[in-house]
Design a protein around this ligand. Structure first.
Ligand code: HAM
Length: 430
């Protein structure tokens, strides 16, 4: 047996967040709250009802919904190892889950379209880099059912644009394309393949695979050689069937009616297989970073076991939105209500201090305290540090007389007021 002295001590482990993930610290919460509230208000205004779905879903939902040949499903899913034999994954996106819920809860029997909004973390095992997290947050707006009416495509785009405008981001480019339907897509793909097969040698390795796995994605390859090639590739808008062409034209007309500028992007195809007809992204003009993306998915509800039902939606990346707000130093946060600082001295005052705070709460006065600190000086220092405009001094005498001293921290002027009148008097001073 090894002697206790010789036993190796465990190396100290400094725990960190998993790679590509991060903490959102208290000092950043104000901005996350603002962005989430904006998402909720926009959703509320346009009649989207909140839905919450599990973080974990059956892998097959995304394999079938998002598509087996997509990067998200093939390379980026976080698998959950549980005691059950179920193949579970952490959701990489929110649309498939909304559709599952729509089917599972018989929402096709509700008045159509059903408008859902969600907000929460998504998980993709991507190579971490600026604006790309393995846990990122999305807000999504999905409009399921009703007709495949282009007015809904326009409304979904409008909702995303308005969301950003509320946050003072007014200059995102709306990039738009149509990727047709089951009728016009096969002949277009055939022509696309004909073009690319003749250039196979010049394609990158990934694009060589795309020739069989996912031909549409040949168009949005980021490799320079492939970008140069696609200039002479056939584009989808020239190959849309009449219905798809009419649909796309009508979407553009609605956007024009709304005076929403857009850019046609013939190479926009999106990285998820469920799209048909309109696809779009909202990107920064500088770096062309996508802050939101979406489109129509008229086949997904049926593909996941429901009735043939059209749908359209968008998801907004909150991490990237917040990065942009911070980068541009946008003033989107309303001034917080100033807090008064409560200073308690002595045992009786400390004993009654929690009740005093309740008086302030019912009087809608925000209060900061340092209940654990004893010395008056230490508490005055804390009040200063917090930049409180008013301090409330609560000592033995005041506790006994049910009063409190209200002190103006700037001028040093102070007055004793009864607790019953305290909230009204403070409100006038703030
Ligand atoms: P998506 O384009 O994959 O679409 O993601 C939507 C947004 O989430 C992106 O525009 C981006 O801002 C953000 N995002 C995606 N991946 C990351 C990441 N790794 N790190 C940080 N942000 C990221 C969808 O997910 C579809 N479900 C959108 C949709 C809704 N289509 C129809 N309805």
């Amino acid at each position: 047996m090894p002697s206790p002295q010789k036993k190796k001590t465990e190396p100290k482990k400094d725990f960190q967040t998993p790679r590509g993930m991060r903490d959102i610290l208290p000092r950043m919460q104000y901005i996350w709250e603002k962005v989430r509230k904006t998402a909720k208000d926009i959703g509320g205004y346009y009649n989207f009802s909140r839905i919450e779905t599990p973080i974990v879903e059956y892998a097959e939902l995304f394999e079938r919904g998002v598509g087996k040949g997509t990067d998200i499903v093939e390379k980026e899913m976080f698998t959950v190892h549980s005691k059950s034999k179920d193949r579970l994954v952490m959701r990489p996106e929110g649309t498939a889950a909304c559709v599952r819920a729509y089917n599972e809860h018989g929402m096709s029997h509700l008045s159509q379209p059903v408008k859902l909004y969600y907000e929460g973390p998504m998980f993709r095992h991507e190579r971490p880099q600026a604006g790309r997290w393995r846990q990122h947050y999305q807000v999504g707006y999905e409009l399921l059912g009703g007709e495949s009416d282009p007015i809904y495509d326009a409304q979904i785009i409008l909702v995303a644009v308005r969301f950003f405008e509320e946050l003072k981001i007014n200059d995102l480019e709306v990039r738009l394309n149509s990727i047709g339907c089951k009728t016009c897509r096969p002949p277009y793909i055939k022509e696309l393949l004909q073009f690319y097969r003749s250039k196979k040698k010049e394609l990158c390795v990934d694009c060589k695979n795309r020739l069989t796995a996912n031909p549409l994605r040949l168009l949005d390859c980021k490799q320079e050689a492939c970008i140069a090639l696609r200039v002479s590739a056939p584009i989808f808008v020239d190959h849309l069937c009449k219905d798809c062409n009419d649909h796309f034209k009508a979407v553009l007309e609605y956007l024009e009616e709304l005076h929403l500028p857009y850019v046609l992007d013939h190479y926009l195809v999106r990285g998820l297989d469920y799209y048909s007809h309109t696809v779009f992204e909202l990107v920064t003009q500088e770096g062309k970073l996508s802050l939101a993306g979406g489109g129509r998915y008229n086949y997904l509800i049926e593909l996941l076991g429901g009735k043939k039902t059209p749908a359209v939606g968008v998801a907004i990346g909150l991490d990237r939105t917040i990065d942009l707000i911070l980068e541009r130093k946008l003033k989107v946060i309303p001034r917080q209500r100033p807090k008064v600082f409560l200073i308690c001295v002595g045992e009786l005052a400390k004993k009654r201090s929690l009740t005093l705070i309740e008086h302030l709460r019912t009087g809608r006065i925000d209060v900061q305290e340092s209940l654990g600190k004893i010395s008056l000086n230490a508490q005055l220092k804390s009040a200063d540090k917090h930049g409180a405009p008013i301090a409330l001094l609560f000592g033995q005498k005041e506790a006994f007389e049910e009063s409190v001293i209200v002190r103006d921290m700037k001028t040093g002027a102070q007055e004793t007021v009864p607790i019953a009148k305290m909230a009204d008097i403070i409100r006038k001073k703030l």
